[in-house]
Design a protein around this ligand. Structure first.
Ligand code: SF4
Ligand code: SF4
Length: 263
């Protein structure tokens, strides 16, 4: 009987995530040169790619967790190597196969997202509390825009003002918008990049069902992470709606002359 090592399985999964471009890496090191980590410490991206090519990924080290997925290296790579996909696949292997160690802070956030639907572990029923002193209605199928503030502006006392200021502006202009408050869940963008694919799929499916059941057509977001996930990752899971970032929306209102400044 053939004995399959989890490491063998993991290295195959990671090589597959890198796809054919992984084989094209000719070790030029340009990725290492542009990675912002190297402003403060050594982080040799080229070496990580080489280890992946030869099936010698270091699952026990901290390097897999350092990448901030900024894409600077991907844009610079002359061979089209999808470096972020490789980093993400490495993390997924550590999480799903139980090899290596997930950093404590990340493990706690992942547990909170899976259990409470937000990385802070706050109660879902308090998700809409940021609206306490502002007039914000519950979204219904006849509401024009769903405003999705993201977990941190919904809960964090210091960042709530982002959601509150957004709602105040929308109210002043007379925009027809609403929220789904306690029914919303984390978009799942960061937890997917951290390797927790099942948790991401659970969050995404919950939000997609919620949006579809409420006939949501346009989602207005404050967070670039929600924007990216809703726009680029939800469609293949059945989530098809227009996604607009607040900066785009405000720019269009200014252009149309609906938003004017006195100073
Ligand atoms: S920039 Fe691309 S080709 Fe060059 S070492 Fe990095 S991954 Fe390989
Ligand atoms: S995506 Fe990761 S490895 Fe690439 S430049 Fe950004 S932090 Fe560095």
């Amino acid at each position: 009987m053939e004995i399959l090592s989890p490491y063998k399985e993991a290295t195959e999964v990671i090589a597959e995530a890198g796809g054919d471009p992984l084989k094209l890496c000719y070790q030029c090191g340009l990725c290492t040169g542009v990675c912002p980590w190297n402003l403060v410490r050594n982080f040799i991206v080229r070496r990580i790619i080489h280890e992946t090519q030869i099936g010698a990924t270091d699952f026990g080290g901290e390097e897999a967790w350092l990448c901030a997925t900024c894409r600077a290296c991907v844009q610079r790579c002359p061979r089209g190597v999808e470096i972020i996909d490789i980093m993400r696949a490495t993390r997924r292997a550590v999480v799903s196969l139980g090899i290596g160690v997930v950093p404590d802070a990340l493990r706690i956030s992942a547990k909170n997202i899976a259990g409470a639907g937000n990385p802070l572990g706050e109660a879902p029923e308090k998700r809409g509390d940021w609206t306490k002193d502002i007039k914000v209605k519950k979204f219904t199928p006849s509401t024009e825009i769903l405003y999705f503030p993201c977990c941190i502006p919904a809960y964090d006392p210091d960042v709530k003002r982002v959601a509150q200021a957004t709602a105040t502006i929308l109210n002043k202009i007379g925009i027809d918008f609403g929220i789904l408050g306690s029914e919303e869940k984390c978009c799942g963008e960061a937890i997917r990049k951290a390797g927790y694919e099942d948790t991401f799929l659970s969050m995404a499916q919950s939000n997609i069902d919620l949006f579809n059941n409420n006939s949501v057509k346009t989602v207005l977001v404050s967070s670039p992470h929600c924007y990216h996930t809703f726009k680029n990752e939800y469609p293949e899971l059945g989530g098809r709606f227009e996604v607009v970032h607040i900066t785009q929306y405000l720019a269009s209102l200014i252009e149309e002359g609906k938003l004017n400044f006195s100073k």
